[in-house]
Design a protein around this ligand. Structure first.
Ligand code: NOJ
Length: 575
C-alpha cells in the first residue's frame, strides 16, 4: 500500500469547467466558481481533479479546440486565478491534472494562422496540407464529426486535414518542431505544479503517410443509420467492420509508442506526475514504466448494460493484459464523462435508477484500479434531451440533426430527438447546486450556457442532499471514505468467486495478511434478494458497508443475505 503512487490510491473527479460553478454570474462556469467549491470537493472525499480544457478557445468544441496552450480562457478567469485554484486544491491535498489536446489545435491558434498564411510559411508543415485531386479533396477520409476530413483553403489552394471539426486542424506530429513546442507547453504547467495530464484523443495523432482511400462506399451518416437499424448480430458485426475500415487509416498508426515515450521523458523530468490516456489501447502502457501511467477501461463505460458475466469477462481480460505488460501496470475505470451519458441515465432501468446508481458506484469503487467520477453524478444528475435545435451547443448534435433532415430527409421531430440523444450536451448541463432559480448555478434571470435540467426542483441538487443522510450525495461520501479507509479496496488483488452467478457479482480484494484484512464484495444486480453461501478461508465476515444501510456487524458466510440491488462489502475475519 505504502509503495503505491498517489494516482494509484486516488479517486479522480472530472470538472467540466463550463458547467461546474459560475462564480461571476454570467451563465458560464469559471475558475472563481471552482475555487469557491474546493471545500465541497474536499468534503466529498475525492483526491484528485481532472480539469477539462480551461485554455483560451473559440469554444467550437467546448474547449477541445485550443487557441493557446499556456493561458486561461478569459471567460474562465486569469492565469492568476488558475494558480489560486491550483494552490487551493493542493492545500486541501487535492491533486490537479489538466487536459492535454495533442492531436489538433483550434483553427484560431496562431500556429495555424501562420501555417495557413502561405505555402512557404515556416509553420506550413506544422499541420497536414495536401493538394486536392482535381476539384476533390486529397482522399475520401471522413471527419469523425461528419463530412470530409479535408477543408479547402482558397488562399493557398490546398486542403488541410482535420479528424474532428474543421475548426480543429490536425497537427503534424512527424514534425519535430511541433513536438518541441508542445513539450514546452507541457513543461509550463508542470513547472507551475500541475500533477499530470489526461491525454485527449491520442489514437488519432498519426495518419497513414500515403493517405490511401478507404474502401467503404456508404456515406458516414448512411452507415451510422444502417448500424442503428441492424437487427441481427451478423448484420451488426458486418457494419461495425465497415465502420472500422472507414477510419482504419486515420487511427492507431505506427509512431505512437515513440511519441508517448518522448512525452513520458518530459513528464519524468518532474517528480511524481502522471499521464492517463483517453484511449482504451492497453499498449499505451508501453513496458509499464515508459509510456502512459494509465489508460481508461472504456469498454466498461461504453457497454449499454453491465451484467455480472460481462464484468467478469472484462476484468479477466483487462487484468490479464495488464499483468502481461508489467506487474505494475495499473487499471483505471470510469462509468461516465462529458462525452457519455450520465451514470444514472445510462445504468438506470427507469424503475430502480437510484439503487442502480448506488450499485454502479459500488462497482467502480471496489474494482481494482483508479476510479474517475464525472461532476454531477454524485447527486444523480441525469441526461437532459434538448427540445429545440437552437439550444444545442455541441456541434456534433447539430451535424446529426442536419444530416438526418437534409441528407436522409427524415422528419424534423425524429431528427431532433435523435440529435438530442447523440448530442453530448445531454450530460453537460450546469451543475445543480440548489433548489433555486437556475439550480443555484447562476443568479436568477441569467441565461445559462446550456439549459438547466428542471429536475433540480425534485431533489437533484447539492443543497437538498447535503443534510439528508439517505441522499445519493451522502452515499458517495460514505463510499469514498470507506474506500480510503480500507487498504484492500485500493491495493488488494481482484479474485472473482461464484463465477457461475448471473444475478450477482462476487469477488475478493485480497491483501497479504501482514498488510491487513482482505475484503469480500458482493453486488446484487437483481431485484431478487439472495442468500448466499461462501466457502472461504475465513471464519466470518465483518460488514463494512451495505447500500441498504444495514449498519455494521458480523455476517455468516454460510448464509449471507443481500437485498435487491444491494452492494455489500465485508472484511474477512481470518481463521
Ligand atoms: C475527446 C474529447 O473528450 C471530446 O469532447 C472532444 O470533442 C474530442 N476528443 C476532440 O478533442
Amino acid at each position: 500500500m505504502t509503495q503505491l503512487k498517489w494516482w494509484q490510491k486516488a479517486v479522480f473527479y472530472q470538472i467540466y469547467p463550463r458547467s461546474f460553478a459560475d462564480g461571476n454570474g454570467d451563465g458560464i462556469g469559471d475558475l472563481r466558481g471552482m475555487i469557491q467549491r474546493l471545500d465541497y470537493l474536499q468534503d466529498l472525499g475525492i483526491d484528485a481533479i481532472w480539469l477539462s480544457p480551461h485554455y483560451p478557445s473559440p469554444q467550437f468544441d467546448c474547449g477541445y479546440d485550443i487557441a493557446d496552450y499556456t493561458d486561461v480562457a478569459s471567460e474562465y478567469g486569469t492565469l492568476a486565478e488558475f494558480r489560486e485554484f491550483l494552490d487551493g486544491a493542493h492545500r486541501r491535498s487535492l491533486r490537479v491534472i489538466l487536459d492535454l489536446v495533442l492531436n489538433h489545435t483550434s483553427d484560431q491558434h496562431r500556429w495555424f494562422l501562420e501555417s495557413k498564411s502561405s505555402r512557404d510559411n515556416p509553420k506550413r508543415d506544422w499541420y497536414i496540407w495536401r493538394d486536392g485531386r482535381d476539384d476533390d479533396p486529397p482522399n475520401n477520409w471522413n471527419s469523425t464529426f461528419g463530412g470530409s476530413a479535408w477543408e479547402y483553403d482558397p488562399q493557398t489552394d490546398q486542403y488541410y486535414y482535420h479528424f474532428f471539426f474543421k475548426q480543429q486542424p490536425d497537427l503534424n506530429w512527424r514534425n519535430p518542431e511541433v513536438r518541441a513546442a508542445m513539450w514546452d507547453a507541457v513543461r509550463f504547467w508542470l513547472d507551475m505544479g500541475v500533477d499530470g495530464f489526461r491525454l485527449d484523443a491520442i489514437g488519432t495523432i498519426f495518419e497513414h503517410p500515403d493517405l490511401p482511400d478507404h474502401p467503404v462506399k456508404k456515406s458516414m451518416i448512411e452507415l451510422a443509420a444502417a448500424r442503428e437499424l441492424a437487427t441481427t448480430p451478423a448484420e451488426r458485426e458486418a457494419l461495425a467492420a465497415e465502420w472500422e475500415a472507414m477510419f482504419a487509416y486515420q487511427v492507431e498508426q505506427p509512431g505512437m509508442h515513440e511519441l508517448m515515450q518522448e512525452l513520458r521523458r518530459v513528464v519524468d523530468e518532474f517528480d511524481d506526475r502522471m499521464l492517463v490516456g483517453e484511449n482504451e489501447e492497453i499498449a499505451y502502457h508501453g513496458n509499464g514504466h515508459n509510456e502512459l501511467h494509465m489508460v481508461f477501461n472504456f469498454p466498461l463505460m461504453k457497454t449499454r448494460r453491465l451484467t455480472p458475466e460481462w464484468i467478469r469477462a472484462n476484468q479477466r481480460q483487462r487484468l490479464a493484459e495488464l499483468a502481461a505488460i508489467s506487474p505494475d501496470a495499473w487499471p483505471c475505470n470510469t462509468l461516465g464523462n462529458h462525452d457519455a451519458s450520465r451514470v444514472k441515465s445510462h445504468y438506470g432501468d427507469g424503475v430502480h435508477d437510484d439503487e442502480l446508481a448506488r450499485l454502479h458506484l459500488a462497482l467502480l469503487l471496489t474494482l481494482r484500479g483508479t476510479p474517475f467520477l464525472y461532476n454531477g453524478e454524485e447527486i444523480g444528475m441525469t441526461d437532459l434531451l434538448l427540445q429545440d435545435i437552437a439550444q444545442f451547443r455541441d456541434q456534433l448534435g447539430v451535424w446529426v440533426y442536419r444530416s438526418l433532415t437534409e441528407e436522409l430527409k427524415l422528419p424534423a421531430a425524429f431528427a431532433l430527438r435523435r440529435a438530442a440523444e447523440v448530442s453530448r450536451d445531454r450530460a453537460r448541463t450546469p451543475l445543480q447546486w440548489a433548489n433555486a432559480a437556475n439550480a443555484g448555478f447562476s443568479p436568477a434571470g441569467i441565461a445559462t450556457w446550456l439549459p438547466v435540467n428542471p429536475n433540480y426542483a425534485q431533489g437533484v441538487n447539492v443543497a437538498d442532499q447535503q443534510d439528508d443522510p439517505g441522499s445519493l450525495l451522502n452515499f458517495y461520501r460514505r463510499m469514498l471514505r470507506l474506500r480510503k479507509a480500507t487498504p484492500a479496496l485500493i491495493a488488494g488483488d481482484y479474485t472473482p468467486i461464484h463465477e457461475e452467478a448471473t444475478d450477482y457479482l462476487a469477488f475478493l480484494r485480497r491483501l497479504p495478511a501482514a498488510e491487513g484484512p482482505s475484503c469480500l464484495v458482493v453486488l446484487n444486480f437483481s431485484e431478487r434478494p439472495q442468500t448466499l453461501h461462501f466457502e472461504l478461508d475465513a471464519v466470518g465476515v465483518r460488514r463494512l458497508f451495505s447500500s441498504r444501510e444495514r449498519g455494521s456487524g458480523h455476517d455468516d458466510l454460510a448464509q449471507l443475505y443481500l437485498g435487491p440491488y444491494e452492494a455489500y462489502i465485508g472484511e474477512l475475519v481470518a481463521a
